[in-house]
Design a protein around this ligand. Structure first.
Ligand code: ATP
Ligand code: MG
Length: 749
């Protein structure tokens, strides 16, 4: 017991040992909130609380896994029995245990975001609407909103405004969507929480609701109203609710999280003990000073300053690049230098606001031969072969899952085409049955004999597999599915390199199943499928490998790295223009605060003078207001622009136009760009720019340098009206571009 508590500060110890009643730990980043939560679990077990009566909710499955491992390390194997999971995994688990009482099948399928989108697309098609013109995502988002505010399709049908065509359509779509899910025994992510609340508030769920004596929630500031109701249902008989959070790190409002829930904890749970922690154990003082200075600009927050005993030598650095390619190169150069100083690649993270920003960095890392991993992006489970295998497993576990049926009935090819499927659909509708059950009786339908035979054969095969799923260990079973369905044979028949890469992914999936089974020996197929469906981006990344980690600021929550780069500190990007338009700059500031406080020893912020987004041409950008908010003595700015970028801006008249634009913008938004831009004289082209080869006419074969594209060769000179047009060849992948030398940021070599 002493050992458990001796590594904690007095405040942390108090939080750990206050076991009864509501407790709120409110504290800044890196102050040990998550650590306190883990120690508290261990402490409860050491005090004799049965582990199965302890529940902890984390934000990702990865965090759950880590917390479990740490508590096992602290108090031994007993900690295995503790329930540690995300809200969604928790909901799925109790619904599998008791969902039948509220009319759910035990083997329900969980629809991920992708499945939900396909379902909406299918419904739009049924209603003869074009899913290309009517964005399924928009309907998915609206339906999700309605559900979370507690409006059922029936409620909405009564209340929508019939003079508005869009609302009428939404009502129809919502109803169908819910019907479809009911028919196919599926639940989306919203349903998991909604139905779990329903179960816990129901008579039949009361045993489950009172099972947990000690409840813990990490990252409480990002709780949404439905999760809050779930916590209420769990604390009916006692109020042993222990939550930790930091209002400054609330970054999920866009996903329905409600920061008021955090702020009103003390009123909601009377008698709550509030513990604050101010010492940071993660970062150097220099990093904290910069992060504190930034977050101080958010209005309406109680003053709270983090301090640490770790002074630190290295200042926070701002790398000021000419454009996004130079930004990426500067980052890669730094990474290289850091590894020579002794940092491992796994110590380094590159954070960015939008997924699209990773590509340039990836390319730079690739060409420097530095291994990296991306958290997010195309997820493992979104790959075709993995989705196919999963669909087989889902259909076996839940034969009424039509979506999965459609995915695999002709995968590998069995000669079942659109027209057979349309007839099957009619037959199923006429009986009110699922596609699978209709297929089993295909000989009674208006379907050609040969096709009917194939369908019936498919049914028999899956039924046999259903029986096998209860006999074989999980990984062996998955292997058998691949074999007898002919799926593996079909992969083997593919041309290279597809064949190898798909087979490797399928092998990786088998490894996953094996390790899942090792961790949960009692788990059955539905449990495995639920686990897979609820994995988040962050969950699929393992720390052990020596690679640089690339991830969004949102995904970085709760993590820490010795070295952190944050890219693109520019107006429009960070803060993101959508948030600026919605007047939500404070949330962007919190997002940057989260990013900065991930760093333990070194922190780099970058800014590029030009950037192209979403494939648009390069545009001049302005430094983020956040850079201006951090006092200059806390930042060291390094100009990493290439000599060419500098030279071009200095000499070309294009820079004058840019400078003018900036000057105007500066009046509106920013006090000065002095620290980050070149001097005004320089920008206005007053300091140099001798006339010279610029004035000679262009000729094919001339070499030039473009501020963004780099070196190129003129292949053709054309006249168009008064203008001269240059056709210039740039190296692959840029290719041939047409430029107007009067405006383009180029100089002759
Ligand atoms: P965040 O707000 O970012 O989630 P947090 O408050 O949850 O941060 P932790 O991740 O728990 O902070 O702790 C940050 C780091 O400080 C971890 O590496 C942790 O092990 C370390 N730490 C926390 N408390 C102590 C302590 N008393 N002694 C030594 N190290 C500590
Ligand atoms: Mg934490």
């Amino acid at each position: 017991m002493e050992e458990l508590l001796c590594n904690l500060s007095p405040e942390q110890r108090e939080a750990v040992t206050t076991t009864e009643g509501p407790v709120l730990v409110v504290a800044g980043a890196g102050s040990g909130k998550t650590r306190v939560l883990t120690h508290r679990i261990a402490y409860l077990i050491a005090r004799g609380v049965p582990p199965s009566r302890i529940l902890a909710i984390t934000f990702t499955n990865k965090a759950a896994r880590e917390m479990k491992e740490r508590s096992i390390a602290l108090v031994g194997d007993a900690a295995r029995e503790v329930w540690i999971s995300t809200f969604h995994s928790f909901a799925a688990r109790i619904l599998r245990m008791g969902g039948e009482a509220i009319g759910l099948p035990q083997n329900f399928t969980i629809l991920d975001t992708d499945d939900v989108r396909s379902l909406f697309r299918a419904i739009l098609e049924e209603l003869n609407l074009d899913p290309k013109r009517e964005d399924p995502r928009r309907y998915a988002a609206e339906v999700s909103r309605l559900k979370n505010e507690g409006t059922s399709p029936e409620d909405y049908l009564k209340r929508f405004d019939p003079t508005r065509p869009w609302e009428r359509l939404l009502a129809q779509i919502y109803l169908r969507y819910e019907e479809r899910k009911a028919q196919t025994g599926s639940l989306d992510f919203d349903d998991l929480l909604l139905r779990a609340v329903e179960l816990l508030e129901h008579e039949a769920g009361s045993r489950l609701a009172t099972r947990f004596r000690y409840i813990h929630v990490d990252e409480y500031q990002d709780t949404n109203p439905m999760q809050y109701r779930l916590l209420h249902a769990l604390t009916r008989e006692h109020a042993n609710l222990f939550v930790v959070g930091d209002a400054d790190q609330s970054i999920y409002a866009w996903r329905g999280a409600d920061p008021r829930i955090f702020l009103s904890f003390v009123e909601d749970f009377p008698g709550a003990k509030v513990i604050t922690l101010e010492r940071n154990y993660r970062s150097t003082q220099k990093i904290l000073d910069a992060a504190n200075a930034l977050i101080r600009h958010n209005p309406g927050r109680p003053p709270k300053e983090l301090w640490t005993e770790n002074e630190g030598k290295e200042p926070v650095r701002v790398l000021f690049a000419g454009n996004q390619n130079e930004e990426a190169e500067a980052v890669v150069k730094r990474i290289d230098a850091l590894t020579r100083e002794g940092y491992a690649l796994g110590d380094i993270a590159v954070l960015y606001r939008t997924n699209g920003q990773s590509r340039v960095v990836e390319e730079a890392l690739l060409s420097a031969g530095i291994p990296y991993r991306i958290v997010g992006g195309l997820r493992f489970y979104e790959r075709k072969e993995i989705k196919d295998v999963l669909a087989y497993l889902r259909l076996i576990a839940n034969p009424v899952d039509d979506l999965s049926f459609l995915r695999v009935v002709n995968e590998p090819r069995r000669g079942i085409g659109e027209s057979t499927l349309a007839r099957l659909r009619d037959f199923a509708d006429s009986m009110g049955s699922s596609l699978f059950h209709a297929a089993c009786r295909a000989d009674e339908a208006d379907i050609p004999r040969s096709k009917a035979k194939v369908l019936i054969g498919f049914c028999t095969l899956l039924r046999e597999l259903g029986a096998r799923s209860r006999e074989l260990p999980l990984a062996r079973f998955v292997d058998e599915v691949l074999e007898v369905t002919g799926y593996r044979a079909a992969l083997l028949a593919l041309p290279e390199p597809e064949r190898s890469s798909r087979l490797e992914n399928v092998q990786e999936f088998l490894n996953m199943a094996t390790s899942f089974q090792a961790l949960h020996p009692e788990a059955d197929l539905p449990a495995f499928l639920a686990e897979v469906a609820l994995l988040t981006d962050v969950d699929t990344f393992e720390e052990a490998e020596d690679r640089v980690t690339l991830l969004t600021l949102h995904a970085a929550k709760g993590l820490e790295f010795p070295v952190v780069f944050i890219l693109g500190l520019e107006e429009g990007l960070l803060p993101h223009h959508l948030s600026v338009e919605e007047g939500n700059v404070d949330e962007e500031r919190r997002l940057l605060y989260v990013g900065m406080t991930r760093a333990k020893e070194r922190l780099f912020l970058t800014y590029a003078e030009y950037r192209s987004q979403y494939g648009s041409p390069m545009r001049p950008s302005r430094p983020s207001r956040f850079l201006e908010e951090i006092p200059s003595e806390l930042l060291v700015v390094e100009d990493v622009r290439s000599p060419w970028a500098r030279e071009i801006l200095r000499r070309h008249r294009f820079s004058t136009a840019v400078a003018d634009e900036r000057e105007t913008a500066g009046v509106a938004g920013l006090p000065s760009f002095g620290r980050f831009g070149s001097s005004r004289e320089e920008r206005l082209g007053k300091t140099g720019g001798k006339a010279g080869p610029e004035d000679e006419p262009w000729q094919p074969g001339d070499r030039l340098v473009h501020a963004i594209f780099g070196e190129g060769t003129v292949v053709q000179v054309r006249e168009r009206g008064d203008e001269i047009e240059l056709v210039v060849a740039f190296p692959h992948p840029l290719g041939v571009r047409t430029l107007l030398p009067r405006y383009a940021p180029i100089i002759r070599r």
